[in-house]
Design a protein around this ligand. Structure first.
Ligand SMILES: *[C@@H]1O[C@H](CO)[C@@H](O)[C@H](O)[C@H]1NC(C)=O
Length: 520
């Protein structure tokens, strides 16, 4: 097979996903990456508590900060490019990882087929999520791992992976143990002349970079461990039952590919000695899933790095099956797998949670051109669950933007309750206390909210008019909704009853003004 052609095909699919995947997945794609990079390069951007406390490494945002800087130097820092370029960069990294997957899994047709159609990888492979980089680096490392023969090159990408996301250690401990057991080198030599040396070099460079940017000596994996494990901050963000990764997580990321995977796993268990590589992979997979299962806070993206392992098993089992199957059978299976992946890829990439992608260009335009009666620029308040949309990285205008925060408990003073809890318990009271209504120009010029909230705060919204209604999801949750609404403040004399309506809050103006300014 022509390797260049394979590479170009993989590149085409990854680049296509940049344009075809137009939905919102998780906050971290923006808030733990692009927002940070934007702040580094352009001086404004919102840093969440993770960055204030230094539990995240700057390595990943730095990639995109470099890109932003380059665009800025050439005066190409338009919002379109600021949004696209980072995704293209991640798509290139993912392409290389796909290519390595192809090499690793024996340069089979099934390798190309499965890695390109995998719906979850299509959905995540071009997102600026540290889990995406972790998955790419894991695939690259797996492809250099000495499954047969000898080699230690894989330790480099694996070490970077572990520094970026300390939980990656979980995958690499069993694999390194296998390596120790099978290597012709002594464990002493492998540990002290390879693992420790490479680990120290990677670790020292990363610590140096992080400490430089944070301005003090900082070992981010240690801080991460301190907050997540010792203080159990993770469970603040929601918990799932222990079996969730087995019952939901893994079947979900694999989709219909779960069938060949299951078949391959059973086959591997039955013919234990015939498939040494598959055996090692399954042991690694099971150990990792088990360890992940102990952590209360579970998210589907955490097991993304296990996807290449599963796909390897699928490729192997399908390739072996193809030797004895008829052409007709192979086509049937391929078509079923293709459609089984296209449907969720389409739905997740084009339909589900599309709102923020369509919303941000509208807010961008407002931020750029809007001027109120007093010739002030737009000030936007997101009255929605925290981090429901991207932020400055997709606006690229230094206008005032605020949102309902959701700091974990340890960030708050004793007796204080998280802002989002207070807000959703009694939105009207919260608004009266925190959003000044007099003079009218002190009110935010624009509000962004899910439609489920609009009925509850209708009185407040009387001072605003609806200017955009954007489709978001097809189901209704308590705090979210099918549509995202954008409201714009009415002009002064457009509504005469305005002052009367809000009469009871006027005496609190000074207090309101201050709390609005101090809100964030
Ligand atoms: C952004 O705006 C804020 C508030 O107006 C101002 O304090 C800050 O200096 C601005 N930052 C940049 C980089 O322009």
């Amino acid at each position: 097979m022509n390797l260049l052609a394979v590479f170009l095909l993989l590149l085409g699919v990854r680049l296509a996903s940049v344009f075809l995947v137009q939905t919102y997945f998780v906050p971290d794609e923006y808030w733990q990456c692009l927002e940070v990079a934007h702040k580094l390069v352009f001086g404004y951007g919102y840093l969440t508590w993770e960055w204030i406390r230094g539990i995240r490494s700057y390595i990943y945002p730095l990639l995109f900060a470099g890109l932003y800087k380059a665009l800025a130097l050439f005066h190409l820092d338009t919002t379109t490019l600021l949004v696209l370029a980072p995704r293209i960069l991640q798509a290139l990294i993912s392409t290389f990882s796909d290519y390595r997957f192809f090499i690793w899994s024996g340069k089979k047709k099934w390798s190309i087929f499965l890695i390109t159609i995998s719906w979850f990888w299509f959905y995540t492979g071009s997102r600026t999520l540290s889990n995406t980089l972790e998955a790419s680096l894991t695939t690259i490392a797996l492809s250099y791992y000495p499954w047969i023969g000898e080699g230690t090159g894989y330790i480099w990408p694996a070490a970077i992976c572990c520094f970026l996301r300390p939980t990656a250690v979980i995958i690499w401990i069993p694999l390194f143990m296998y390596h120790l057991g099978n290597s012709k080198y002594s464990p002493y030599k492998l540990i002290f002349t390879k693992l420790v040396v490479i680990g120290a070099l990677v670790g020292a460079s990363c610590v140096a970079i992080d400490s430089y940017i944070h301005g003090k000596l900082l070992i981010t994996p240690y801080e991460f461990f301190k907050y997540n494990v010792l203080q159990g901050v993770g469970s603040f963000y929601g918990t799932h039952p222990w079996y969730w990764y087995y019952s939901t997580g893994l079947p979900m990321i694999l989709g219909i590919n779960f069938l060949p995977f299951l078949f391959g796993s059973i086959d591997t268990v039955r013919n234990y000695d015939a498939f040494p590589i598959r055996r090692k992979l399954l042991v690694t997979l099971m150990t990792s899933l088990t360890v992940y299962s102990f952590v209360e806070h579970k998210e589907i993206r955490f097991i993304l790095p296990l996807l290449p392992i599963c796909l390897f098993v699928c490729v192997d089992v399908l390739t072996r099956w193809s030797y004895k199957a008829s052409r007709y059978q192979i086509w049937i299976v391929a078509v079923i797998l293709l459609f089984g992946n296209i449907v969720p890829a389409y739905y997740s990439g084009q339909v589900h949670q599309r709102g923020p992608t369509d919303l941000m260009p509208k807010l961008q335009e407002i931020s750029k051109i809007y001027k109120d009666e007093g010739n002030n620029r737009a000030s936007i308040f997101f009255l929605m669950p925290c981090h429901s949309t991207p932020f400055y990285s997709h606006i690229h205008e230094n206008v005032t933007m605020k949102f309902i925060t959701c700091e974990p408990n340890f960030q708050l003073q004793y007796g204080e309750r998280p802002v989002d809890e207070q807000f959703y318990e009694a939105p009207n009271i919260w608004i009266k206390r925190h959003i000044p209504v007099h003079p009218k120009t002190a009110m935010p010029t624009h509000l962004v909210l899910f439609e489920s909230l609009s009925d509850k705060i209708s009185e407040f919204l009387e001072s605003y008019s609806l200017i955009h209604k954007i489709a978001h999801a097809e189901y209704f949750e308590e705090r979210r909704g099918k549509h995202i609404l954008v409201y714009q403040r009415r002009l002064f004399n457009e509504k005469n009853s305005f002052n009367q309506n809000n009469h009871d809050t006027i005496q609190n103006d000074e207090y309101n003004q201050n709390s609005f300014n101090n809100l964030l």
